[in-house]
Design a protein. Sequence first.
Lengths: 344, 344, 344, 344
Amino acid sequence: MLINVGIIGATGHTGEVLIELLLNHPNVKIAHLYNSGKSSPGSQVISEVFPKFKNRLDLICKKPDWAEIKKDCDLVFLALPHTVSMSFVPKLLALGKKVIDLSADYRLKDTLVYENFYKTAHQDKKNLKEAVYGLPELNRAKIKSAALLANPGCYPTCAILAIAPLLALDLVDVDSIIIDAKSGVSGAGKKLENEYLFSEIQGDFRAYKVNVHQHAPEINQVLSKVSGKKIQVTFVPHLLPIERGILSTVYLKKASGYKLKVKTLTELYKNFYKTEPFIRIKPEGVFPRIKDVVKTNFCDIGIKDFGDTIIVIGVIDNLLKGASSQAVQNMNIMYKLPETSGLL
Amino acid sequence: MLINVGIIGATGHTGEVLIELLLNHPNVKIAHLYNSGKSSPGSQVISEVFPKFKNRLDLICKKPDWAEIKKDCDLVFLALPHTVSMSFVPKLLALGKKVIDLSADYRLKDTLVYENFYKTAHQDKKNLKEAVYGLPELNRAKIKSAALLANPGCYPTCAILAIAPLLALDLVDVDSIIIDAKSGVSGAGKKLENEYLFSEIQGDFRAYKVNVHQHAPEINQVLSKVSGKKIQVTFVPHLLPIERGILSTVYLKKASGYKLKVKTLTELYKNFYKTEPFIRIKPEGVFPRIKDVVKTNFCDIGIKDFGDTIIVIGVIDNLLKGASSQAVQNMNIMYKLPETSGLL
Amino acid sequence: MLINVGIIGATGHTGEVLIELLLNHPNVKIAHLYNSGKSSPGSQVISEVFPKFKNRLDLICKKPDWAEIKKDCDLVFLALPHTVSMSFVPKLLALGKKVIDLSADYRLKDTLVYENFYKTAHQDKKNLKEAVYGLPELNRAKIKSAALLANPGCYPTCAILAIAPLLALDLVDVDSIIIDAKSGVSGAGKKLENEYLFSEIQGDFRAYKVNVHQHAPEINQVLSKVSGKKIQVTFVPHLLPIERGILSTVYLKKASGYKLKVKTLTELYKNFYKTEPFIRIKPEGVFPRIKDVVKTNFCDIGIKDFGDTIIVIGVIDNLLKGASSQAVQNMNIMYKLPETSGLL
Amino acid sequence: MLINVGIIGATGHTGEVLIELLLNHPNVKIAHLYNSGKSSPGSQVISEVFPKFKNRLDLICKKPDWAEIKKDCDLVFLALPHTVSMSFVPKLLALGKKVIDLSADYRLKDTLVYENFYKTAHQDKKNLKEAVYGLPELNRAKIKSAALLANPGCYPTCAILAIAPLLALDLVDVDSIIIDAKSGVSGAGKKLENEYLFSEIQGDFRAYKVNVHQHAPEINQVLSKVSGKKIQVTFVPHLLPIERGILSTVYLKKASGYKLKVKTLTELYKNFYKTEPFIRIKPEGVFPRIKDVVKTNFCDIGIKDFGDTIIVIGVIDNLLKGASSQAVQNMNIMYKLPETSGLL
């Protein structure tokens, strides 16, 4: 099988990484690259934007061309900023194309929450209802038949995978969840702002958007569904002086009536994710580090029981399992390819 | 006034930083530099160990010479590894010298706890009883007359200063304290171990000694004293890919019956530390970053109320307020000098 | 075609990178992993040494087993320290195996020079004579039929590719060549030495082995062959606070009688490397940066004429084109596979 | 003595570092801080721009106020962008103030060269003629009586100090000088440009303005004066992924008739700089690294004879000896203070 894909928003961080992955995918042909149509530079040779693609991919990244998309693409990836994606999706779906959206536009089912965090009304409520949340480990069945896939955020991917087994088995106090998350700089995309200058980041470390980050409602929505109870986590993201990777340290209190059916939490996690190709559980008492997963689609998890408190640490590459390679994993599922194609 | 000081353990990280500070102190003469007497290299010109001291301090760092110390030193700083300091202290005190010990040997009053974490019996219980814990903001009165001063650990300094006001005013549930701490690599001293190689640290981030770090009992001891209740914090340190600085994110639950007498937690902290020259409270809703305090003796603190949960973030330079400059601050107090001498 | 490969020395930097590449190569099966047989840890599961290989490659890395090699391997990569490789090569060749040696043992044809730099007599002069130097761009014909391939050093690869066209066309004064080279830390392998600690490297930059580096004779040997004249370059390597990548700034004086047959040096370089899949020449006046080639097998080159002086800048990834991916490129040539297999 | 100083351009990198130094200087009172009067933010509390100055210096940085300067300042430092300084100098001199200009505006005596590199006509040729070039090691006598001091550039300071002794003694071929320079990012000031983002700098290294950098004519002007011959160096700057520090590797060919009157080049350099408090010559065969001088006003130099070629390596902190602390050293000389006041 050969999937002809287009990428809209090819010149950002996630676009760059997506191209890299798709170039190595045995079942994909990159048919066209587009920008948002609003960016000033106009057409650009992609290998001039990213010299590393020279002699590997010399496509021109240009304004979206609907006739071309209609004719040449089976699937379109949207690697666009939040609030921009939703202006493209209706038309792409109308053309019968499958869409994988890496922005936040189709993740939050509650449009009031969306509007509160993204400061704009949602323009495509109809398709929002049908969009499938693309976390394979929790939602694989629906992903198989998705026409519009909402690829998860980076912090949510890491936090949800670290917490879900405990909630699914009703082992923790749902009001006690604290997520202390740390991310590399690429999570912020390529914003040209003073705070992302080398001289500001190097040698520094800081919290930001303390307990008011836009990824908190995404985490709450998914974990509430897993647990069947309304969940509101405490979520504090921090900025690491590295390029890639997220590590989330999660603190939870045991539920009253806490009782394990297996010997250890490690065993419980291993069972829960037994058939997952991209989840690796650390041995008892060992916690993962960011280097374990950088440049991979893996999420590694360590967990330990400390009496009343449980500590779980999860790590992912924010640009891969937290964005582009998870999008490819979802594509593999949507097209019935082996889930690890192009990813191992 | 001129204080003649000796430094034992001058070639480590804290020794290096201490020399730098004392060279700039208007009331100090560095009389002698010593190693532990056990290190293999024997005598070394300090400006060959640290080329940056060339033409500024060309003393020889050699085996401790008791006759010389007796004759030339008023005060001796011990910048030695844990478990080594306690073999020097009795003799120094017997010679009538004042001692500021930067190791952990005289911090923990409970020798069972000490022995549990440092894997060796305490050899100087007599002086341990008299040692004064050198956190000026909580213990200034006793520091004034100390003969043996136990300089606090880096993580404890940052965490205690961030938490103490809430406990002193009985505002939080003492069982709820979670300290998620992140430190630069210099906190580990100069250990030649694989995990501290550039290729291991750069681009990485990881937790270590999860909830079993030797600084937890020091935090517990001091906070218990502040609150009058037995406190056992959850403490998870992480290793940042930077050289200097600690940031601690602290999560606490409000006590039942929580009630502020001032308008905001920020105001409460400002009042609590009103006369402190080295504590700076951030404006409401602002949190400090490591760059704010690197190369200074300041501890900056930000605090915010999130309903049931309070989040406090504190930052220090681990080698300065977390070690050497706090030792100088303590010296200033012991010698009735202005507390900021040589530090601003 | 399926090539069954063994790797001896699988736990070092180049071993790790080689495994990564071979896992993605469509014509390779990694049959066995071995250590040098002298290292203390004994057998190790490779995915415990490198957690990122967990669930991808779970072979045991053990003492070399000759019977096994004889039975299961077509080709053996030696990713061993210098002076160790030559104790393995004779036996492997005797078993009829092809060998790609990533160490320096078979690069220098003059054993006096070898012994001068590596402080030990060469133990396998017979095979040294037959060994083929594996720089495809200059030596592809011989590589095709090599039984023992000496994979080039990282600095030599970058410097030679940057300089060769000028020498081949006799355009520069052979006594004028200055190579100011800068390399990331991984070039030093995984040595546990104080100078490679994070706290030593981060924020620092320094020259080392100034004009006495062991790679200079390798550069001299190859360039002398290209030019037909005896060449002795001035070569100063420096250590960059990054993990991967080499950038070499080369200064040359024009030969008397200098005359170009094309319009620009850029054009000359483009012609010289016209059919090379892994050499990319920058447009006139543009110079490459390390990020252009990190994680690729490319060597990018920029060149400019400044009157009497010519400046050439070349960049490679020291672990890839400077080691492991160049070894794979050589394997592709030796086995008549497309030269870019597994590398683009 | 107490010098009342004003700083115009206090919110840039060099302004920040200058404040830090002057706060610790025993003979200085910082009277006022000003911006250029053109920057958008208007008045700013300096401790809000740089939180580390909180509780140490709480002046307001505002539009220049000429009446205030006239009344309160003895000396004014200009830490302004190039081409801006020259609009302030005439007025300040007219008020009888001494001026130390850290920009390039008064360094180049040839206004054609200035205009060629800075793309604007020089507006103050009268004062340019009287301006004294502030490299104390070569120009101390004139600095003593300077009214307008042109503080040297960072690259020129490092390169000139490394080369001057060889030229002064006529030991090298003046056409052979190659300076391969590497600088930390702070050399570029605080420009908000894509190329200075963390994600661009971290893990990268590149040359820039290859042989066309605006500091080359400054180097040529000073070295020509030292040697009495017209000098045109080859100068290639590179960008290091660190914040502070410059290392220059200099390659020179011996002059015909080369003859040393002392035993080694090291000895020659030690003699040449014998009375200099801030120049340190490395022992024979040892070369300096950036960490040796970071956060100091020192320039460390290593030198070695390699037959026809001489290699010299010099290092400085670009923000200190390359800018702000050299300005303080010049102030000390202008006011007959000990030259090391506030600097050791």
